[in-house]
Structures are given as structure tokens and as C-alpha cells.
Design a protein. Structure first.
Lengths: 113, 113
């Protein structure tokens, strides 16, 4: 059972555009929602994270929007750059459950010139 | 500070063999978790160790096992390899393992022939 659903599977955005990746979760016990960025040949790296008590978190060009009632959250990448081309994973976590993250299926982002 | 180090980076085995993968966490991190990454199933949690004790386990068969040493280094073992075990095995460390903020290594890519 896929507890975190992520879309789209792939995304092509022009340089300077906005990239939007969406995720939905089922388990209301999740209380921490990180996004990880993975480049080819590398492990995932934490990009930004949010807790459900806030509706938005912004760090530089990256913003998470969170809708608790809809059980959805999304990553927005403003002014997308070719260096942002990577695979992005949303994840969900229950505090105290010993590093057991539940990941979405990933979105491969390509930013073109 | 050095990152998470995984060895070997690449290995090829045949069905029925066993394999041992090694992980050295970031200095000071006491929690080590393991994830399997495949194109079809994405990132899936295998298990997590803290202070040499397994604290959580994912839904994998008993052929998958692990351990942690007193210096926090960890190993995972897969016995009686099957073709479907071909994957990127990622190790992640965190200070205590209850935050969902993980630091991943670059992974060990296992190919089973």
C-alpha cells in the first residue's frame, strides 16, 4: 500500500520557470514531511521539511505548501535552474519511529535552457 | 565533517550467494538506517539500528539482516540472493534517529545475475 503518493513522475521546466511537485498522504499520524533531492550517483539529501502546524515554509527558491485537511503537500521551486535537475522525493515520518521514512515514488525534474 | 561512507560502491553477485555491505555514519551519529532503492518500488525502509540494537524493521524477508557495532558502524547482509535483490542500498545516519532528518551515503549498487 502506497502511503505517500507523488506526482508527476517526471517534469520538464524551462529555466526561470516554476517547478511544482505534489504529494498526498493517508496516515494522519505523520507529523514531519521532508523533501529529499537526489542527483545521479548520489544519495538523497534533505532539501526542506515542514511540520503540519504551518501551512507554508520557504527556504530560498524552495517552498513547501501544506494542506492538512486535504492531506496534501507540495514543493515549489521558483526560478528553476539547470542545476536543479534531479529526482525529488517527498517523504512522511512519524516522530519517534526510529528513522522510518515513508517515501513517495519520486519526480525526475529536468530544467532546460 | 566526513559524510556517510558506504562500501563497496558496486558489486556483482550471482543468485544464491550472500553479500555484506558496510556503512560508516557521520562522526557522532548513533543511528544508522538502511533503505533499498529500486526503479519499481522506490525507496523502502529496511531497518534501523541505534546503540547496537535494532529499533525498527521494514517489511523485508529474513534474508535481510543487519547489525551495528559499538563504534556505530553498521553492516547489512543479504543471504541467498535473488534477482529481485538487485538495487541501490542506501545507508543513512542521524544523531539519535527520531527526527526524520537523515544523512544518506552514496549507496552500494548490487547487481544479482
Amino acid at each position: 500500500q502506497q502511503q505517500v503518493k507523488q506526482s508527476p513522475q517526471s517534469l520538464i521546466v524551462q529555466k526561470g520557470g516554476i517547478s511544482i511537485i505534489n504529494c498526498a498522504y493517508e496516515n494522519t499520524a505523520f507529523d514531519y514531511f521532508p523533501w529529499y533531492q537526489q542527483f545521479p550517483g548520489k544519495g538523497p539529501a534533505l532539501l526542506i521539511a515542514i511540520r503540519p502546524d504551518v501551512s507554508e515554509k520557504k527556504e530560498g527558491r524552495f517552498t513547501i505548501s501544506f494542506n492538512k485537511s486535504a492531506k496534501q503537500f507540495s514543493l515549489h521551486i521558483m526560478d528553476s535552474q539547470p542545476g536543479d535537475s534531479a529526482t525529488y522525493f517527498c517523504a512522511a515520518y512519524i516522530t519517534g519511529t526510529a528513522s522510518k521514512l515513508t517515501f513517495g515514488t519520486g519526480t525526475r525534474l529536468q530544467v532546460t535552457l | 565533517k566526513a559524510g556517510v561512507t558506504q562500501t563497496p560502491r558496486y558489486l556483482i553477485k550471482t543468485r544464491g550467494q550472500q553479500v555484506t555491505l558496510s556503512c560508516s555514519p557521520i562522526s557522532g551519529h548513533r543511528s544508522v538506517s538502511w533503505y533499498q532503492q529500486t526503479p519499481g518500488q522506490g525507496l523502502q525502509f529496511l531497518f534501523e539500528y541505534f546503540s547496537e540494537t535494532q529499533r525498527n524493521k521494514g517489511n523485508f524477508p529474513g534474508r535481510f539482516s543487519g547489525r551495528q557495532f559499538s563504534n556505530s558502524r553498521s553492516e547489512m547482509n543479504v543471504s541467498t540472493l535473488e534477482l529481485g535483490d538487485s538495487a541501490l542500498y542506501l545507508c543513512a545516519s542521524s544523531f539519535q534517529g527520531h527526527t526524520g532528518e537523515l544523512f544518506f551515503g552514496e549507496g552500494s549498487r548490487l547487481t544479482v545475475l
